[in-house]
Design a protein around this ligand. Structure first.
Ligand SMILES: Cc1cc2nc3c(=O)[nH]c(=O)nc-3n(C[C@H](O)[C@H](O)[C@H](O)COP(=O)(O)OP(=O)(O)OC[C@H]3O[C@@H](n4cnc5c(N)ncnc54)[C@H](O)[C@@H]3O)c2cc1C
Length: 487
C-alpha cells in the first residue's frame, strides 16, 4: 500500500492537515493509535484565538498586539518566525472554521490570562469549543472516507517507526495495529507527525517527563492517557530530529479537585481559564484572601498557588501536601457561562453555595482562617468592580460584574483547584513551513511536525487559546508546503 502523505494523529493538527491535503487533491492515510478521533483537542474548553475577527467587540486589538503578547509570554524563547505565522494567519483560521467550509459557531469572545485584549473564540451553545470543532471536522472526514478513494483511515494503529533511505530522506512508516504482533510498513512521499504532547508521559522506561522534568512526575494531568510523546521519541530516535524546549512543560494553575469521587486522582478535569476570564476570583485557604491577579499568565498564577495556597488540614480528604485554591464566581458572572458551570456542577467539580458555605469549606482546609475572611475578600473585590479602578494591589485590570452589597447569604458558585500538568511547549524543532530539523540543523526531507508535537512557537509559556490556533494555522501551512513539494 502507498499514498502521497501519511498523517499520524487525529487531534486538530492531524484533522486540519488531512482536510487541507485532500482539498489539494493529495491522497492521505490517516493513522490513529486509539479507537477515537480527537486526542486532547476534543477536551479544549476555553477556545481559539483570532485577530482581528468579525466576532471581536474590541476593535482596538491588532495582530501586532497579539504578537507582543505571545513574545512576552514566551520570555524570549519563542521563534519569532513561527509567532508571526501564527498571529498573521489567525483571522483566516477563524474564518475557515466558522465559514462555509466548516460552519462552526465561534461567536463568543473572551479575554484569557496574559492577553492584552479579548480574542479567544468559543460557541454560544452548549458544546465546548474543542468538542464542537473536532465533531464537525470528524464528520467531514468520515464522510470523505466513504466518498473518496483518496483517504484511508487506520484506527487503533500505532506509529512505531519512521522509515528513511540512506540519504536520510523519509520514505514512510512502520505501524502496529492493536491485537497484532507484527509491524506493517507503509510507503509514502511525505510523513506528517501530529501526535500531540507528552504531558501524560508516565511510561516507566522512556518517560519524557521523567527525563526533562523529573520533579513534575507526581503531579496530576489534564491530558488523555495517550499523550506520551510518541512522535518526539520516534523522530528523535529514527531521524535524529532535534527536540527543543523540552523542559518547558506548562503547569495549568487550575485543575479541578473532584471531592466526591477521588480528591487525589491522577487524571484531573481542567477548570477552564474562562472561569477567571468571566470574573472568577481565586482565594487562598491559608489566608481567606486573594493572592494574585487571576488574569496573569498561567506560569505566574501557578507559582502564586504553589507559594500561597498550602492547606493545613485534610478534612476534605485532600492530600495535605497539595496546594489548593478556591475559585469563586458570583451569580452575575455565572450567567455568562451557564453551560460551562452547569456542566462542571453535573460532574461534581463546582457547587452552588453561599458566602457562609464558602467560609465553612475553607475552615475545613484551614481551621485558623479568620471567620469573616471570605466576606471581607469578596466585599473588597466588589468595591474594585464598582470603581473599575487600577487600585487592585495584584494589578488586575478587567473584572467581572456583581459582588455588590453582598452578605453571608449571597449566592456563589465555587470549586477547588490545584496545579496540573497540561501542555508541552517543547517538541520537535520546525521551520515556518512545519519542516523538521535534525540535530545538525538540516531539514529532514519529507518529514513534517504540526501541533503540540512541535516545539519553538510558545517558548517559555503558552498563552491560552494558542494551541488550537497552532493546529489550524500550521495544518494549513504544512499542507500548502507539501503541495509545493509534490508538484
Ligand atoms: C483539558 C484541556 C483543555 C484545553 N483547552 C484548550 C483551549 O481551550 N484552547 C487551546 O488552544 N488549547 C487547549 N488545550 C490544548 C490543546 O487542546 C492541545 O494542545 C491541542 O489540541 C493539541 O492538538 P494536537 O492535534 O497537536 O494533539 P492531540 O489533540 O493531542 O492529538 C494527538 C493524537 O495523536 C495520537 N497519537 C499519539 N501517538 C500516536 C502514535 N504513536 N500513533 C498513532 N497516533 C498517535 C493520539 O492518540 C491523539 O489522538 C487544552 C488541553 C487540554 C488537555
Amino acid at each position: 500500500m502507498s499514498s502521497n502523505a501519511i498523517v499520524v494523529g487525529t487531534g486538530l493538527a492531524g484533522l486540519t492537515t488531512t482536510l487541507e491535503l485532500l482539498n489539494k487533491g493529495i491522497s492521505v492515510t490517516l493513522i490513529e493509535k486509539t479507537g477515537n478521533f480527537g486526542g486532547n483537542s476534543i477536551k479544549a474548553s476555553s477556545g481559539i484565538n483570532g485577530v482581528p475577527t468579525q466576532y471581536q467587540n474590541d476593535k482596538g486589538d491588532t495582530v501586532d498586539f497579539f504578537i507582543d503578547d505571545i513574545l512576552k509570554s514566551g520570555k524570549g524563547l519563542s521563534n519569532k518566525d513561527l509567532v508571526e505565522v501564527l498571529a498573521r494567519n489567525s483571522r483566516e483560521a477563524i474564518n475557515w472554521l466558522t465559514g462555509a467550509d466548516n460552519g462552526i459557531d465561534l461567536s463568543l469572545v473572551n479575554q484569557l490570562g496574559g492577553h492584552s485584549h479579548a480574542r479567544t473564540h468559543r460557541g454560544s451553545g452548549k458544546l465546548p469549543p474543542g468538542f464542537a470543532i473536532i465533531s464537525a471536522l470528524t464528520k467531514k472526514i468520515e464522510q470523505l472516507s466513504l466518498e473518496s478513494d483518496k483517504l484511508t483511515i487506520l484506527k487503533n494503529s500505532r506509529l512505531d517507526s519512521i522509515l528513511n533511505d540512506k540519504n536520510n530522506i523519509v520514505k514512510g512508516i512502520e505501524y502496529i495495529t492493536e491485537g497484532d504482533t507484527v509491524k506493517k510498513s507503509l510507503n509514502s512521499d511525505i510523513v506528517v507527525l501530529a501526535t500531540g504532547g507528552f504531558s501524560a508521559d508516565f511510561t516507566k522506561s522512556s518517560s519524557l517527563l521523567a527525563k526533562y522534568r523529573p520533579e513534575l512526575i507526581d503531579l496530576p494531568s489534564t491530558n488523555g492517557q495517550q499523550t506520551t510523546g510518541d512522535g518526539q521519541k520516534i523522530a528523535h530516535r529514527d531521524v535524529n530530529a532535534n527536540l527543543i524546549h523540552m523542559e518547558h512543560v506548562q503547569i495549568h494553575p487550575t485543575g479541578f479537585i473532584q471531592l466526591q469521587k477521588d480528591p487525589n486522582a491522577k487524571w484531573k478535569f481542567l477548570c477552564g481559564e474562562l472561569m477567571r476570564g468571566i470574573g472568577g476570583v481565586l482565594i487562598s485557604p491559608e489566608t481567606g484572601s486573594r493572592f494574585i491577579n487571576e488574569l496573569n499568565t498561567r506560569d505566574k498564577v501557578t507559582e502564586a498557588i504553589e507559594n500561597s495556597c498550602k492547606i493545613s488540614h485534610n478534612e476534605l480528604g485532600i492530600n495535605p501536601n497539595s496546594q489548593v485554591a478556591l475559585i469563586v464566581v458570583n451569580k452575575e458572572d455565572y450567567l455568562k457561562a451557564t453551560n460551562h458551570i452547569g456542566f462542571y456542577m453535573s460532574q461534581g467539580l463546582m457547587y452552588k453555595s453561599t458566602i457562609s458555605g464558602l467560609q465553612e469549606v475553607i475552615t475545613k482546609l484551614n481551621p485558623n482562617v479568620s471567620k469573616n475572611a471570605i466576606l471581607q475578600t469578596l466585599t473588597d473585590y466588589g468595591n474594585l468592580i464598582k470603581s473599575q479602578s487600577d487600585d487592585d494591589i495584584f494589578g488586575r485590570k478587567t473584572f467581572g460584574d456583581g459582588f455588590d452589597s453582598i452578605s453571608l447569604d449571597t449566592e456563589v458558585y465555587y470549586g477547588l483547584v490545584t496545579p496540573v500538568l497540561h501542555f508541552s511547549m517543547g517538541g520537535i524543532e520546525i521551520n515556518k513551513f512545519g519542516e523538521v530539523f535534525n540535530e545538525k540543523g538540516d531539514i529532514v526531507k519529507n518529514l513534517f511536525a504540526v501541533g503540540e508535537v512541535s516545539g519553538g512557537l510558545h517558548g517559555y509559556n503558552r498563552l491560552g487559546g494558542n494551541s488550537l490556533l497552532e493546529c489550524v494555522v500550521f495544518g494549513k501551512v504544512v499542507a500548502k508546503r507539501i503541495q509545493e513539494i509534490l508538484n
